[in-house]
Design a binder for this molecule. Structure first.
Ligand SMILES: [Cu+2]
Length: 571
């Protein structure tokens, strides 16, 4: 465990390239491996979204006025119908399990948790390495599944039987079998990660770092780890049953042989709703770190935030059936699940109010991390408010499975993953790579991203309110949906602009990694422990073992504006 910390710098130079960068035991290298895997998978999962959007905007022909794009002749639209279902499924699966989790928990959790608790590394470095290579294998299985007979899984990211269970519906389809296998490996990877995070925080904190002095990012990471570990077990059991139904002809989910497909829906959503918080909490954690630093004020209501997070984590286990209001479940259960769902907005409202109170009368500096933190709040509030509509059973009966749901969960998850992820990226980049990112390009990236993101998803709320069901290959075959084509074309063009808006980030990210201004230890003048280590921290992290004498957010407003600029070393 920590005993080897002193020996680390000595043997670092002797490590081969493979041991230093490929099969590394260093939590910081492993964190970066997760980051690059997540970014690569975001490219794959993102491109699938563009095929979807293209199909939805112009389902019957090539793009009008763009004659250089060949007119599709083999099939009706831009992509064949079977492939459309596979794309819907794999876009969701990849984005949630292979982008959101690797980036927010794998990358930032791994990189930050040991540094923020003042530890030289994770409690179990070999387990840490194994968890990365397990999810790497899982990701490759997912990508490979596009090329097996029958193509990738096409039963939706929720994998409901009978579509996912019965070969009658899916034909000879290896895709879903590989999908189950890939997800099982992904779950195993994050179980290993969760054990590591928890043990590190419980047993390796610096002297004086009581639990109630932990940075909120650490609290968010460990609550997310606990929620994940408690919710995933039943789903793994359910997935084994699904695999047996598919491969050896059992009938756990087959109605015609006495099984029940609703069993899967319960097991899936018992995991699925907490899973949203597993990715949401670290995104909120990044915002909670950035707000006090960039308003030079202590966080408002630290304890209230910690207890609200734990309460939200607890409540997330008793809301799952709000995904099943129209499944024909016992009506006596509808109202309790409606109430718990609306109740869960209370802890999140407390956290939001604490964030706003932190900003109140602060010496606010709108650097890029702060802009993205505020953007996260804006987008998350829309996601949260529209969740109240869906949590109320009477409204949900109309809105269920419409584009309103699609827009709602993109607002919820993109706030955490996209805006929260960029908050973390811009804020901790100097610590990860030892150089500062360019502020001007960061601000341009933020402004374009915020505008384009809203332009993509606001039309989808409208389409959902107009009764348009999601997952339709060609919605405009139905007369009443014909007027919606304009909404989809608008969303598609905005989505293309959103993709272009990411170019400033990509250029800034890779350029700054090699050419950015060399960062000081503590460029943002923050108080949490990761900033006490050199940038980037060496193997073993701290040159002198840190001790903690107060809570993490002891700030006061600077007297001179010049004292409040990013610090970098003169060349
Ligand atoms: Cu839910």
């Amino acid at each position: 465990m920590s005993s080897s910390a002193a020996a680390h710098p000595a043997h670092e130079n002797q490590l081969s390239f493979v041991r230093q960068y490929i099969f590394s035991l260093d939590h910081k290298v492993i964190g970066k491996q997760y980051l690059f895997l997540g970014m690569f998978m975001a490219l794959a999962g993102g491109l699938l979204a563009y095929l979807l959007r293209w199909q939805l905007a112009w389902p019957e022909s090539a793009v009008p006025g763009m004659s250089w794009i060949p007119e599709p002749t083999m099939f009706q639209g831009i992509i064949p119908p079977e492939f459309y279902n596979a794309i819907v499924t794999m876009h969701g699966t990849i984005m949630v399990f292979f982008v959101a989790m690797p980036i927010l928990l794998g990358a930032f959790g791994n990189f930050l948790v040991p540094l923020m608790v003042g530890a030289p590394d994770m409690a179990f470095p070999r387990l840490n390495m194994m968890s990365f290579w397990t999810i790497f294998t899982a990701a490759m299985i997912m990508l490979a599944s596009f090329f097996v007979p029958g193509g990738a899984a096409s039963a939706g990211w929720t994998g409901y039987p009978p579509l996912s269970a019965d070969a009658v519906y899916t034909g000879v389809n290896w895709g879903i079998t590989l999908w189950i296998l890939g997800l099982a490996l992904e779950f195993a990877s994050f179980l290993m990660g969760g054990i590591n995070f928890l043990t590190t925080v419980v047993s390796m904190r610096a002297p004086g770092l009581k639990m109630m002095r932990l940075p909120l990012m650490v609290w968010m990471q460990i609550v997310a780890a606990v929620i994940f570990m408690l919710s995933v077990g039943p789903l793994i059991a359910g997935a084994v049953l699904l695999l047996l139904d598919r491969t050896v002809g059992t009938s756990f989910y087959a109605v015609q042989k006495g099984g029940d497909p609703l069993l899967w829906q319960h097991l899936f959503w018992f995991f699925g709703h907490p899973e949203v918080y597993v990715v949401l909490l670290p995104g909120i954690g990044a915002v909670l770190e950035v707000l006090p630093v960039f308003s030079r004020k202590p966080i408002f209501g630290y304890k209230a935030i910690v207890y609200s997070t734990i309460a939200a984590g607890f409540l997330s286990f008793i809301v799952w059936a709000h995904h099943m209001f129209v499944s024909g479940m016992d009506f006596d259960l509808v109202m309790p699940f409606s109430i718990t769902t609306i109740l869960i907005s209370v802890p999140f409202t407390i956290i939001l109010l604490a964030m706003i109170a932190t900003l109140w009368k602060g010496a606010i500096r709108l650097a890029t991390p702060m802009l993205f933190a505020l953007g996260t709040l804006m987008v998350f509030i829309v996601g949260g408010l529209t969740g109240i509509f869906l949590g109320s059973a009477s409204a949900d009966i109309y809105l269920h499975d419409t584009y309103f749901v699609v827009a709602h969960f993109h607002y919820t998850l993109i706030s955490a993953v996209f805006f929260g992820g960029f908050t973390a990226m811009y804020y901790w980049f100097p610590k990860m790579f030892g150089r500062l990112m360019n502020e001007t390009w960061g601000k341009i990236h933020f402004a374009l991203t915020l505008v384009c993101f809203n332009l993509v998803f606001i039309p989808l709320f409208k389409a959902g309110l107009g009764g348009e069901m999601r997952r339709l290959y060609n919605p405009f075959e139905y007369d009443f949906l014909k007027p919606h084509q304009g909404l989809h074309q608008f969303a598609t063009i905005a989505a293309i602009l959103l993709m272009i808006a990411q170019l400033p980030f990509l250029v800034n990210f890779f350029w700054s990694m090699f050419k950015g201004k060399v960062a000081d230890r503590n460029p943002w003048q923050a108080n949490t422990l990761e900033w006490a280590a050199p940038s980037p921290p060496p193997h073993g992290n701290f040159d002198t073992a840190p001790s903690v004498y107060h809570g993490p957010y002891v700030y006061s407003a600077p007297e001179r504006k010049e004292d409040w600029q990013p610090q970098h070393q003169p060349h």
